[in-house]
Design a protein around this ligand. Structure first.
Ligand code: ATR
Length: 284
């Protein structure tokens, strides 16, 4: 069975492809915005197993009303060969999370995770916060870390101390992204917080069902901003401990919400906002 609904309508449509895709919060996010703006449109979960990806991508431009899709695990890299254009940020990240069907039927790919990460900090950090203020300490070297590295480099961060359990992945990112990336061993993570202006956890540690993030914060300056991209739970142990010692903190839900804005605007023609009502709806 095709992931496409065979319903005979031509209202504007979008959705999220993944395998599995049940856990995705994107339908709640885009559904909220559609309703808020009184738009007749649909945004659906589209379960696409890897073996069906080629057929799905070929059929996508032919589906009535389909304006585009979000892409999640495991397809963020695998969709690249089907795209006529890939924007420069997505190329550097090496993955695509947002696809738009162009008027000529070709597919345009972008990656809005870097945008979402930075918008979340810009909106929720204390006034005057800037990525240029000082070194960042980044935990993890997976796909999320790549997007955050691109975001911070473009925002003018002077240095990224990159700490990853598998040191070779941190080294590879340093070789790829240049001298502002300083890779270090996972065991050095506590000491690497000295003098940092920003601490970001991009690992899965601290997520519900995953091991805790074991990280002593003693060396972190009291005014350093702390962000965890884990948003389940919303207040991770890292954020709770940082908050308790007086650091400003930003939770991870905002990155998810802000990364959805460019796609929604491209597909449905309205620039949506991230509000506390939206946060509540997506968490519900
Ligand atoms: P994502 O795309 O969300 O970044 P990922 O590519 O699977 O997910 O990356 C997960 C990150 O969490 C990696 O940096 C991983 O470290 P490794 O590169 O060593 O695998 C990190 N991670 C996962 N479990 C971990 C653990 N128990 N201890 C330390 N780091 C862990």
């Amino acid at each position: 069975m095709s992931a496409f609904d065979t319903e005979d309508d031509i209202i504007p449509r979008a959705g999220v492809i993944g395998w599995p895709v049940d856990h995705s919060r994107s339908p709640k996010l885009h559904g909220f915005w559609l309703q808020q703006h009184g738009l007749s449109g649909r945004y659906d979960k589209l379960p696409v197993p890897p073996e069906d990806l080629a057929a799905f991508m070929t059929d996508l431009p032919k589906e009535p009303g389909f304006r585009g899709i979000n892409v999640t695990i495991p397809h963020k890299v695998a969709v690249l060969p089907y795209l006529a254009q890939v924007d420069p940020v997505a190329r550097r990240i090496g993955a695509v999370n947002t696809i738009t069907v162009q008027p000529d039927g070709s597919l345009h790919g972008s990656n809005t995770d870097a945008f979402g990460f930075l918008e979340n900090l810009n909106m929720d950090a204390p006034a005057g916060w800037s990525a240029t203020a000082g070194p960042a300490a980044l935990l993890g070297a997976g796909g999320a870390a790549r997007a955050i590295i691109v975001a911070l480099l473009d925002a003018g961060v002077p240095e990224i101390r990159l700490l990853n359990r598998s040191r070779d992945k941190a080294d590879a990112l340093a070789a790829e992204f240049g001298p502002r990336i300083i890779p270090a061993d996972w065991d050095e993570r506590a000491g690497a917080l000295g003098g940092a202006s920003l601490l970001v956890n991009t690992t899965s540690l601290g997520m519900a069902g995953q091991p805790a993030l074991d990280l002593a914060l003693d060396d972190l300056p009291a005014d350093a901003l702390v962000n965890d991209i884990v948003y389940s739970p919303l207040e991770t142990d890292l954020l709770a401990r940082a908050r308790a010692r007086g650091n400003p903190v930003v939770d991870g839900l905002g990155m998810l919400l802000h990364q959805g804005r460019p796609g929604f605007e491209a597909w449905f023609g309205v620039a949506p906002a991230v509000t506390s009502e939206l946060r509540g709806a997506v968490l519900a």
